[in-house]
Design a protein. Structure first.
Lengths: 152, 423
């Protein structure tokens, strides 16, 4: 054991170093705890959360009812209903069912969509007490889940 | 009787010395209440400081900043079912926590919070404290034996070995401080009050006398006292990963909370031994550097200012709380708490009370420093292995403390000889 090492042991240098580390981290700026319902977490840009149907600037649905997402879905959980508009000869979306209970948030529907109308949003509060609410209809997909406000 | 009661107010000694039973009772109740409050506070403080050192928040929900968490915990423990394991030795099982608590509180009889603020002055005060507090190990062994279970038995055996081996180093460190008391007039003392008075007369705290020697003794004592009270990093008797909860495994509810109470009380007791022997007990800091009447006045204002500062902090965080309906009770509670602190601070500003109270303040703040160190060690150091623990106790602390005693004696003898020559 060299002299320097011996001095380190005698003067408990390593112990004091450890003490300094814990003392330093008491500063409030180091806190990583997030008081969740009051403080919202920062969601990553590419997070895949609750699916939404997007609208354009005029408030019209972007969806063309092509059915690509339903085909792309590995779980086959998207059901699309459409009628052909007799005047414009275009398909118009009538219903869009999304069974969230089977969804694994792979994002293939989002990728396959030619009109960028379906997207996995940043909303993550999807837990429910019953299975019933898991099946999202077109309205739920357009409006998104209402955010619960916790005041206590 | 009333005359007897009032007569004590003009005396200058502890109620035990004055032989005044009424005041002794009052002091006992005050010390008991104060220490219990300290334990409740420590529960909150330890969780909070530990949380902050581990970059967490700690208790936040019960009361403002989680301050009522210990109260909620105590309530839960009291209404919890009180289990006694099948095949336990009922009487010993019942008596073990009582024994631990009694010994822990008994040692506070001689702790001097000020010249007159002790229950009594005993001429063997330090010896009494060490003796009584080491009786606590008996309760621990009883608890382990009576539980009729493997983990508690192993825990209590470890605890017994640990407490006995660290007692030796602790005693040696104490001896060196007691030897220093004889430096002034050639008469040493074991009385807690006389030891502090000796430090005042010699104008030095024993941590700084014969420079490194006192400090080494204090270091040895502060290691030994952590081991003595079974706290991390020496918490092998209750090592969670190995022994569940050691000797407390089979205890639940109120009995368990008695062990908890005893642990924190004995932490405070050994901290007050360290404060009395090495850090000048109730004496104010910097008696030599900053002396004179003006500095005395300035230092006597510190307790009141501390309380006012705490009150200001309370008000500040009450104002900065989020304006939510649910936060209102917390805000009101914190403001009320701050007002109480402010009231205490204003009362402590009064000249008559100021001088009586500052002894207690300095003593308690020194003990609080040690309590902070306990929490600090707990978050920083990993637990020792049992053979390492024994190695530290017998091969490091014991030789060092014996060396301290010998060096103190040699310096003392040299000092005496020089004094003879000069005379």
């Amino acid at each position: 054991m060299s002299l320097g090492q011996m001095l380190r042991t005698l003067l408990l240098v390593d112990l004091f170093k450890g003490l300094w580390v814990t003392f330093r981290h008491q500063h409030p700026k180091d806190l990583v705890t997030e008081q969740y319902p009051q403080e919202r977490p920062e969601i990553a840009e590419r997070f895949r959360g609750q699916p939404r149907l997007l609208k354009d600037a005029n408030g019209k649905l972007l969806c063309t009812a092509c059915g690509a997402c339903a085909l792309a879905c590995p779980e086959k959980l998207i059901k699309i209903g459409s009628i052909r508009d007799p005047e414009t000869k275009k398909k118009v979306l009538t219903e869009f069912d999304f069974d969230l209970s089977r969804c694994m948030f792979c994002g293939l529907c989002e990728e396959s969509c030619p009109s960028d109308s379906i997207a996995l949003s940043k909303d993550f509060e999807l837990a429910l007490y019953k299975r019933e609410g898991m099946k999202l209809d077109r309205k739920a997909l357009e409006d998104g889940v209402p955010r619960k406000v916790y005041d206590r | 009787m009333i005359q007897n009661f009032l007569a004590y107010l003009h005396s200058n000694v502890t109620p035990g010395e004055a032989g005044n039973l009424i005041w002794v009772t009052i002091y006992v109740l005050a010390v008991f209440g104060g220490v219990s409050f300290g334990v409740i506070f420590m529960n909150w403080f330890e969780r909070k400081v530990m949380a902050h050192m581990q970059v967490r928040l700690g208790p936040m929900r019960v009361g403002p900043l989680g301050m009522l968490q210990p109260v909620a915990d105590a309530l839960k423990l009291i209404i919890k079912e009180d289990l006694m394991p099948d095949g336990a030795d009922r009487i010993v099982f019942w008596f073990a926590p009582v024994c631990v608590v009694m010994t822990a509180f008994c040692s506070f009889i001689v702790v001097p919070f000020g010249r007159t603020h002790a229950i009594t002055d005993m001429n063997i005060g330090v010896l009494f404290m060490l003796g009584v507090s080491s009786l606590g190990v008996l309760g621990v062994i009883m608890a382990g034996w009576a539980s009729n279970s493997h983990y508690p038995l192993l825990g209590s055996l470890r605890s017994g070995a640990q407490m006995v081996s660290y007692e030796v180093a602790m005693g040696m460190a104490v001896v060196s401080a007691v030897m220093m008391t004889s430096m002034g007039n050639g008469v040493g003392t074991l009385s807690m009050i006389k030891i502090v008075e000796a430090q005042r007369d010699q104008h030095v705290w024993y941590a700084f006398s014969f420079f490194p020697v006192g400090l080494v003794a204090l270091t040895v004592f502060s290691f030994a006292m952590v081991a003595e009270t079974n706290r991390a990093p020496f918490d092998l008797p209750e090592a969670e990963s190995e022994l569940v909860a050691g000797f407390m495994t089979e205890y639940s509810g109120f009995r368990w909370s008695l062990f908890f109470l005893a642990e924190y009380t004995s932490m405070m007791a050994v901290s007050s031994i360290a404060t009395t022997l090495w850090l000048g007990g109730w004496l104010r800091p910097f008696p030599n550097l900053l002396n004179g009447a003006r500095w005395d006045t300035a230092f006597s204002l510190v307790p009141a200012l501390t309380f006012l500062l705490m009150a200001a902090l309370c008000f500040n965080s009450a104002i900065r709380m989020p304006r939510l309906q649910s936060m209102r009770p917390n805000m009101i509670g914190l403001t009320a708490f701050g007002s109480i602190l402010a009231l205490v601070g204003i009362i402590a500003l009064l000249p008559g009370i100021r001088n009586t109270v500052q002894d207690i303040f300095w003593f308690v703040s020194k003990v609080a420093g040690f309590m902070y160190m306990y929490v600090w060690y707990r978050t920083t150091f990993p637990r020792y292995r049992f053979d390492q623990l024994m190695k530290v106790g017998w091969k490091v602390l014991l030789p060092v403390s014996i060396g301290v005693v010998i060096v103190t004696a040699l310096i003392g003898v040299r000092h005496e000889l020089l004094a003879l020559v000069w005379r």
